[in-house]
Structure formats: C-alpha cells, structure tokens
Design a protein around this ligand. Structure first.
Ligand SMILES: NC(=O)c1ccc[n+]([C@@H]2O[C@H](COP(=O)([O-])OP(=O)(O)OC[C@H]3O[C@@H](n4cnc5c(N)ncnc54)[C@H](OP(=O)(O)O)[C@@H]3O)[C@@H](O)[C@H]2O)c1
Length: 299
C-alpha cells in the first residue's frame, strides 16, 4: 500500500516518516515538493503517484499570524485540502486530514466529543474547520483532531519552554505562563502511531465514524505543562535548574488570536476503535524529553 505524507519537515510529518511501518510504501514530501498554495502541483503529484492514502500534516500553523494572513491561511488549511480530498477521491484514494482542538470555542466543561458543535474563536480554527468540511465532502476521508502538539524536534511549546527555563534561570528572571487555558498536550510519537493504526484499521474495516480525536491523557494548563517541563528537564540534566514560574491569566497575555479556555478532547472512541490506551501526559513528556536528549547527544 502506498502512502503519501505531506509536510514532512513539520513536527508530525517528520515523526510519521521516522515511524514508517513495514510493508507500506511511504512517500514523504515537503513544502517545496508539495505546496498547498500550488493547487496544480498538488493535483499532478497525487495523480502521478496515486497513493491509497494521503496523510495531510501540512498546514499553516502560526495561529496569531493567521489572523492577518487570511488568504494564505484559508488557501493552505481549507482550499488546498479540498484539492487533495477531491483529487484522491477521483481514483478511490483516501485522505487522513489532521485537524485541531481550536475548532471548539471552549465553553464546554467536559472533554469535547468528535461530534460536539464546532465554533472556532480564531481564523486558524475557522480555516481548519473549513478544511474538515471540504475533506468530508468526498467519501472515505477521515479527520483526526489533536491538541497542543509537541515532539522532540520542531517548533513547539515544550522546546521553547526548555530554552526559556535555561535562560530565565541564568538571568534570575521569572517566567509568566497562562494558567487559565485548559487542555491536553499530544506528543508526536503517540500521534504518529495512531495515524498508522487508523489507516491500517480503516483499510480493513471502514468504520461509520469519520472524525477521530487523539491527545495524551489528562487535562492540564499551560502553566502546569511549563512547570513539569522545567521539573523533568532538571531531573534529566537537560537544564541546570528550572526557572520560577508565575501563573498569569489570559487577559494579562494579549495575543492576536483568541484561544479557547478549555479544549480537552475526548479520545475514548478512538481508543476503543483502535484498542490503544492513551498515555498520561506527564509520562509522555518524560519520553519526549528523553528522546530529545538522545537526539542532542547524537549531534
Ligand atoms: N502544533 C500544534 O499545536 C497543533 C495542534 C493541533 C493540531 N495541529 C495540526 O496538526 C498538524 C501537524 O502540525 P505540526 O505541529 O506538525 O505542524 P508544523 O510543525 O507547523 O508543520 C507543518 C508543515 O507544513 C508546512 N507548510 C506550511 N505551508 C505549507 C504549504 N503551503 N504547503 C505545504 N506545506 C506547508 C510547514 O512548512 P514551513 O514550516 O516551512 O512553513 C511545515 O513543514 C497540522 O494539521 C496542524 O494544524 C497542530
């Protein structure tokens, strides 16, 4: 079975390539080779390769910039996605489209189910939701939503926080981190595994379910996440000492894009469907930090 992965220089794309499964022919393309702003290039590439599945990890993920760069955001996250969905469905191929917790408005008090009402608060969320609708217009396509994605490489909160801890401690500065946005981190290693398992399972037995959720287990805040990153990084010798952190509210940390105050995803249906248990977010953080130190050691 041939699988095309887009956005292979990104966090999830690179992890999917790293975690390649035996007996699958995996073709990974980066932004130069498969640019979602170049619809014709995407269409031709897909028709040329005719993969059975496409995992679209490519996206415009700069949430604040998306408020300003509207056309680019919607072209990449919605209309480009439709090009993939439509083209692969023309020969019976299928799309696994990666989406986000930011399709929700955060007004719920319990974790979001796949069919809960969507009401994005920002342009990034709007564009990703449109990408979902446009994918599901074509038969066989699936949506996998995730939240607070991070891994041992790439641009993410955990690695940024590691640096901040390092520098803030040296300069005796206090970090200020938002404590009133709740959700759950998702590590790329577990998420890549879920993508592969979902494709295998769906190829054998098409389920009625079209939208899946996956994150690590538990609910936390950015403040707790930042605190734990410092604590474990110190334990593993990745930093000399964790910096002090002061919890602040979202209203004291102004950003262009509004973010939901609560965006934990209920992943029970996915967990049951695949027979895979979620990993507690603290355990997953330890694994990612170990993997990060291993990568650093090899450099
Ligand atoms: N990161 C999160 O916290 C988070 C949370 C929930 C859901 N998600 C979703 O999960 C998926 C994977 O996220 P990620 O964190 O792995 O993202 P990422 O690290 O930002 O990777 C996305 C990749 O897409 C590429 N890209 C940008 N514009 C493109 C274009 N026009 N054509 C083709 N590729 C383009 C990027 O290249 P450049 O970097 O060179 O622009 C990058 O390599 C995305 O669909 C995202 O929306 C992410």
């Amino acid at each position: 079975m041939r699988i095309l992965i887009t956005g292979v220089d990104g966090q999830l794309g690179s992890q999917l390539v790293k975690n390649q499964q035996p007996n699958l022919e995996v073709i990974g393309l980066n932004k130069n080779q498969f640019n979602l702003l170049n619809f014709e290039q995407c269409r031709k590439t897909i028709l040329n390769l005719k993969p059975e599945w496409i995992i679209n990890t490519a996206a415009f993920t700069a949430v604040d910039k998306a408020e300003i760069e509207l056309k680019k955001t919607f072209d990449i996250n919605a209309f480009g996605v439709e090009v993939i969905a439509k083209t692969c469905s023309s020969y019976g191929g299928r799309l696994l489209q990666i989406s986000t917790d930011f399709v929700f408005d955060g007004m719920k008090k319990t974790p979001y189910l796949p069919h809960d009402k969507c009401n994005p608060l920002n342009k990034y969320g709007e564009s990703k939701l449109k990408g979902e609708y446009l994918s599901l217009k074509y038969p066989g396509n699936l949506i996998l939503r995730t939240s607070w994605l991070y891994g041992p490489s790439g641009n993410n909160f955990c690695l940024k926080m590691l640096n901040l801890h390092k520098n803030a401690f040296k300069q005796s500065k206090i970090l200020k981190i938002v404590h009133d946005q709740k959700g759950c981190p998702s590590d790329t290693i577990q998420l890549a595994k879920i993508c592969w398992e979902l494709i295998k399972k769906e190829t054998d037995t098409k389920s009625k379910q079209k939208i899946f959720h996956w994150s690590n287990k538990g609910i936390t805040t950015w403040y707790d996440f930042a605190f734990s990153i410092g604590k474990f990084a110190e334990e593993y010798g990745l930093i000399e000492k964790a910096a002090d952190i002061q919890p602040i509210s979202s209203s004291d940390y102004k950003t262009l894009a509004k973010r939901p105050n609560f965006s934990a995803l209920d992943c029970n249906q996915t967990s049951r469907f695949l027979g895979i248990k979620q990993l507690e977010w603290t355990e997953s953080l330890k694994l990612i930090l170990k993997e990060y130190s291993e990568i650093k050691r090899k450099l």
